[in-house]
Design a protein around this ligand. Structure first.
Ligand code: AMP
Ligand code: MN
Ligand code: MN
Ligand code: MN
Length: 279
């Protein structure tokens, strides 16, 4: 069912990482969809923000500079969104250069594993697909599809690129306390992205939320593009329980992905404090 319009959307991707739209096209699409406050949150890069800011000033939409950072906690990858960051803050810039180095090393290792499937020049081709953008597993998934190894994104992850699958390469990303410290040093708020999308039990999720709060985290995404009412209720209760604020974000990547559309997010329940108040 079509989700209601939220005029706030604090999680989406452009061609600076694994999104399909340029920052300009993304901002225009968000404004056309009715979004009034948008955060661009590319994976481990702020490269799209200046262009998005310029586009926003022409569209009558407010853009919050953001980012989605990769973190490792208890051997699991968590995504932490920074909202309202200064993209030039030295601690953040230094942290990003380390993350980008880890991504580059991982890309080389993934490419070697993809070549075992008979795909030639995997690194160069994935880099060409990523263009100027930060290279991600999404680009390797597109390479697998282009090469005829699999039919769609879902299969590319399910069979090859997800944790435990043959083309998966584990990375020790920085710890949540480091990531959160960079976000705070850049004047932003730290939001645990899509808390229900990690493959963990409710008991582990409780531990994760406790650790995230203790590491200085400010909020969790209570409402995501693919959230059902029961998911929103679960995350709202957990936000309140852990003293965390709430965020809303579609996690838009691609106009063809119907389950994550710009601004199509269930509303934040009234008992949760919006993370964007005062930003
Ligand atoms: P990376 O940060 O390079 O490991 O790539 C993570 C990105 O891959 C996520 O942000 C998603 O955009 C994408 N992704 C992960 N799992 C899936 C999946 N099952 N189907 C489609 N995209 C996925
Ligand atoms: Mn992504
Ligand atoms: Mn994510
Ligand atoms: Mn995302």
């Amino acid at each position: 069912m079509e989700k209601p319009l939220s005029v706030v959307d604090l999680h989406c991707h452009s061609t600076a990482s694994d999104g399909r739209l340029t920052p300009t096209a993304l901002v225009e699409a968000a404004a056309a969809a009715g979004v009034e406050l948008l955060a661009l949150t590319d994976h481990d890069t702020v490269a799209g923000i200046a262009e998005a800011q310029a586009a926003a000033s022409h569209c009558g939409l407010r853009l919050l500079p953001g980012i989605e950072l990769s973190s490792t906690w208890q051997k699991r990858t968590l995504h932490i969104v920074g909202l309202g960051i200064d993209p030039q803050a030295p601690a953040l810039v230094a942290g990003l250069s380390g993350l980008q180095q880890l991504r580059a090393e991982r890309a080389t290792a993934i490419a070697a594993k993809i070549e075992k499937l008979g795909v030639k020049d995997a690194l160069q081709r994935a880099a060409a697909i990523a263009g100027d953008g930060q290279i991600t597993r999404t680009h390797f998934a597109r390479l697998l599809i282009e090469s005829g190894v699999c039919k769609d994104m879902k299969k590319a992850f399910k069979r090859y690129l997800s944790s435990g699958k043959p083309q998966y390469v584990a990375v020790q990303w920085p710890a949540p306390e480091d990531i959160i410290a960079w976000i705070h040093a850049a004047g932003g708020r730290a939001v645990l992205a899509h808390p229900l999308r990690y493959d963990m039990s409710a008991a582990w999720r409780q531990r994760m939320l406790t650790a995230f709060r203790e590491a200085g985290g400010d909020a969790i995404e209570v409402c995501c593009g693919n959230s059902e009412t029961s998911d929103v209720n679960t995350s709202a209760a957990e936000a309140v329980q852990h003293g965390l604020q709430g965020s809303v974000g579609s996690d838009f990547h691609d106009p063809e992905q119907r389950w994550a559309r710009l601004g199509r997010i269930p509303p934040l329940p009234n008992n949760v404090t919006p993370v964007w108040a005062g930003l």
